[in-house]
Ligand binder design. Structure first.
Ligand SMILES: NC(=O)c1ccc[n+]([C@@H]2O[C@H](COP(=O)([O-])OP(=O)(O)OC[C@H]3O[C@@H](n4cnc5c(N)ncnc54)[C@H](OP(=O)(O)O)[C@@H]3O)[C@@H](O)[C@H]2O)c1
Length: 257
């Protein structure tokens, strides 16, 4: 039987490389491209059954616009972007092929699928959607079928708000003017854990987190809510002995848990 050929643009590293390894275990013939590989994005668009866009968020639109018009109706164009609304709309607009939006809800170091979910957004066509869904389920991942709107709304909490909070922590400590080396002498276990995350985000892949915040359609809403909450905490903490802030937290806990 003919092997399914897959071309992963941005497959030399990160999530593209993770998908390449996974698809090889499923018998696919996988080609990967990066900025320095001999094989190019347009090469894989011309020769592969499945073309996956796995480049940094800021480069995604350019790559889709480049390869989309080369895709034929029997091919699949898919992406791995952490945002779904814009990439899926672009893939539909710039190609005539089947389209699937995909977002693994974990990083490239994951090798054990247990407990990990992958969001799939139907773009165009059913056969390739069912193919990739089956591949993920067969290899042990959970699949969440969602629309791009549903995905991006939830990511405005899980990623935009969450990472915004971490970025604010790192920037506020930098702004305080107290050297981290001095603060570290007093570090508690929870502070150490949080600073490990701050370090990873600020030094390893700041472009990924900046893109996740800048590109979410709900960005303004999330930032406004965050600012409002910080202002409320400031007002509540100034009254009494923290009693009002405690009451506000208890009211929030009732909504949350
Ligand atoms: N990292 C995560 O935790 C995670 C999780 C889920 C989804 N995602 C999504 O996965 C996508 C890739 O992120 P990543 O973290 O895997 O990035 P990454 O580790 O930086 O890898 C990016 C890949 O794209 C290639 N590349 C970089 N710039 C390019 C350009 N301008 N044109 C063509 N290729 C380019 C790189 O190859 P060369 O360096 O060899 O050129 C590399 O293979 C993003 O859309 C991100 O939102 C990431």
């Amino acid at each position: 039987m003919k092997k399914t050929t897959v071309g992963i643009i941005g497959g030399t590293n990160g999530m593209g490389s993770w998908l390449a390894d996974l698809l090889k275990t499923q018998g696919c013939l996988v080609h990967v491209t990066g900025r320095k590989t001999q094989m190019t994005a347009t090469d894989v668009a011309r020769k592969c059954d499945v073309v996956v866009v796995a480049v940094p968020i800021a480069a995604t639109a350019v790559v889709i616009k480049e390869v989309g018009p080369l895709m034929k109706p029997d091919q699949l164009l898919m992406d791995l972007t952490s945002l779904k609304k814009e990439p899926v709309a672009l893939m539909l607009a710039y190609s005539g092929s089947d389209v699937v939006g995909c977002h693994p809800l974990f990083g490239p170091s994951v090798t054990n699928p247990a407990g990990h979910q992958i969001v799939l957004c139907r773009g165009r066509g059913d056969a390739w959607y069912e193919w990739i869904k089956t591949v993920f389920e067969k290899t042990g991942y959970g699949v969440l079928g969602k629309t791009p709107d549903e995905h991006d709304r939830m990511m405005s909490i899980v990623q935009t708000l969450n990472h915004l909070n971490t970025i604010a922590l790192g920037m506020a400590i930098a702004e305080s003017g107290i050297p981290l080396s001095e603060v570290a002498q007093f570090a508690t276990p929870i502070f150490k854990t949080k600073m490990d995350i701050v370090k990873k985000i600020f030094t390893e892949t700041p472009e990924l987190y900046a893109g996740i915040i800048a590109g979410n359609p709900d960005r303004e809403n999330v930032l406004r809510t965050y600012e409002k909450v910080v202002q409320n905490i400031r007002d509540l903490a100034a009254i009494g002995n923290g009693e009002r802030l405690k009451t506000a937290m208890q009211a929030a806990a009732k909504k949350l848990f």
